[in-house]
Design a binder for this molecule. Structure first.
Ligand SMILES: [Zn+2]
Ligand SMILES: [Zn+2]
Length: 141
C-alpha cells in the first residue's frame, strides 16, 4: 500500500476536503444505509486515518445514521462525503466518487452483498462479502 494525498469535494463546491496517508479498504458497499444516504444502489468508499483527513473549505454537515455511525455530507447540495464509525474512531471513510481524481483509487471488493438489490449484477470478478470483509467469509461467485 502506498502513501497517497487526495483532495475532493461535494457537487456544489461548498465543502472541500483533503486526506493523506494510506488509502485502504477500498470497496463498494451495498448496505441499506449507504443506499438510502446516497440514493444509489452502491457507494464506493475508501478508508483513511482520521488524523490525515481535514475539511479545507465549508462545513461537513453530520447525520447520525445508526447508533454508532455518523455520516458527513454537504448541507447545500446533499453530496455524501464521509462515514465515521465509533468502533473505528481513528479512521474515516471517504466516498471515492467525490475525489477530484476518482480514477486513482478503484474499489477492490464488494461488501454487504447480502443487502444488494437483485437488479445489480456484479461481474468484475472482485471478492464479494455478505457483510464486511472483516466479519465475513468471501462468498462464492
Ligand atoms: Zn455541496
Ligand atoms: Zn454501507
Amino acid at each position: 500500500m502506498e502513501e497517497t494525498h487526495i483532495t475532493g469535494g461535494c457537487f456544489c463546491g461548498a465543502v472541500r476536503y483533503e486526506a493523506s496517508g494510506v488509502a485502504r479498504n477500498l470497496r463498494y458497499c451495498y448496505c441499506e444505509s449507504c443506499r438510502r444516504a446516497a440514493g444509489s444502489p452502491a457507494v464506493a468508499w475508501g478508508t483513511f486515518d482520521r488524523n490525515g483527513f481535514r475539511v479545507t473549505q465549508g462545513t461537513l454537515a453530520e447525520f447520525r445514521s445508526s447508533a454508532h455511525v455518523t455520516r458527513g455530507f454537504c448541507a447545500a447540495c446533499g453530496s455524501c462525503l464521509t462515514y465515521c464509525h465509533e468502533a473505528r474512531s481513528g479512521e474515516i471513510d471517504v466516498t471515492l466518487a467525490t475525489l477530484d481524481e476518482p480514477a486513482r483509487l478503484a474499489p477492490q471488493m464488494h461488501v454487504w452483498v447480502a443487502d444488494k438489490l437483485p437488479w445489480v449484477r456484479i461481474e468484475d470478478g472482485l471478492p464479494q462479502y455478505a457483510a464486511t470483509a472483516l466479519q465475513g467469509t468471501e462468498l462464492k461467485r
